[in-house]
Design a protein around this ligand. Structure first.
Ligand SMILES: Cc1cc2nc3c(=O)[nH]c(=O)nc-3n(C[C@H](O)[C@H](O)[C@H](O)COP(=O)(O)O)c2cc1C
Length: 186
C-alpha cells in the first residue's frame, strides 16, 4: 500500500509513515503490523510508504517547484490533514533515511507539521534500534512544533525477531501496544 486511494480518511485516521523509499522494506512490514495493533484498538489508520513517492520529487516538488507535482501533493495533503501520525523509521548510517528529511522539507513551512501528535518507532539491524535516528528526528519535530510522544520504541536486531509477519519479542510487542494506546489518548 503506497498511498490510500480507496480508503476514507477522516479527522481521526492515524497516518503511519514508512520512513524509507527502499522497496519492500522491513519498515513497511512493521508499519502494517502497527496498523493491525491500531485496528485491535478500534482505530483506523492508513499507511504512507515513501517508496511510492514520485522518483523525481527532489527536482519536481521542492523549493521553487512547491505544489507543482500532483503525485507528491497527494502525499503532502494526507500528512498535512492528519492530526496524529506514526513514523516507522529504519536506522540508516546511524541516523534516519535522507529521503525522509527531503520529504519533511517538502511539507509546507512553517506550519505543515506544526501541532500534530507523533509517535516514533525505530528499527535497526544492529543494537541501537534507531535510537540516534529517533533523537535526530525528534530535534526536527521540536523545531517544527510537532509534539512527539515521550515513549519512543526502538526495535534493535529486528531481523532476529521479525518472522512470518509477526514480531516475536514480548517486550517489543508490549512497548508497541503501550505506545499505540498512548497515541490514541495523546
Ligand atoms: C543505506 C542503509 C544504511 C543502513 N545503516 C544501518 C546502520 O547504521 N545501523 C544499523 O543497525 N542498520 C543499518 N541498516 C540496516 C537497516 O537499519 C535495517 O535493515 C532495518 O532493520 C530495516 O531497514 P529497511 O526498512 O530498509 O528494511 C542500513 C540499511 C541501509 C539500506
Amino acid at each position: 500500500m503506497l498511498l490510500p486511494e480507496d480508503q476514507p480518511i477522516t479527522d481521526d485516521t492515524i497516518v503511519i509513515i514508512v520512513g524509507t523509499n527502499r522497496r519492500n522494506s522491513l519498515s513497511s512490514q512493521i508499519a502494517r503490523y502497527y496498523q493491525s495493533l491500531l485496528a485491535e484498538l478500534n482505530v483506523s489508520s492508513v499507511i504512507l510508504d515513501l517508496s511510492g513517492l514520485p522518483a523525481d520529487f527532489i527536482t519536481t516538488a521542492l523549493y521553487e517547484n512547491t505544489g507543482k507535482n500532483p503525485e507528491f501533493n497527494r502525499y503532502k495533503d494526507v500528512v498535512e490533514r492528519a492530526k496524529k501520525l506514526v513514523f516507522v523509521v529504519p536506522e540508516y548510517n546511524n541516523s534516519y533515511p535522507g529521503v525522509l528529511k527531503a520529504f519533511i522539507d517538502g511539507m509546507s513551512y512553517p506550519s505543515g507539521l506544526a501541532n500534530k501528535k507523533v509517535a516514533l518507532v525505530g528499527l535497526s539491524a544492529s543494537h541501537q534500534g534507531g535510537a540516534l535516528a529517533l533523537s535526530h528526528l525528534n530535534d526536527i519535530f521540536s523545531y517544527l512544533n510537532t509534539n512527539t510522544l515521550a515513549l519512543r520504541v526502538k526495535l534493535a536486531h529486528i531481523r532476529n525477531f521479525w518472522k512470518d509477519n509477526t514480531l516475536h519479542h514480548d517486550l517489543y510487542n508490549q512497548l508497541l501496544r503501550q505506545q499505540a494506546q498512548q497515541l490514541i489518548t495523546f
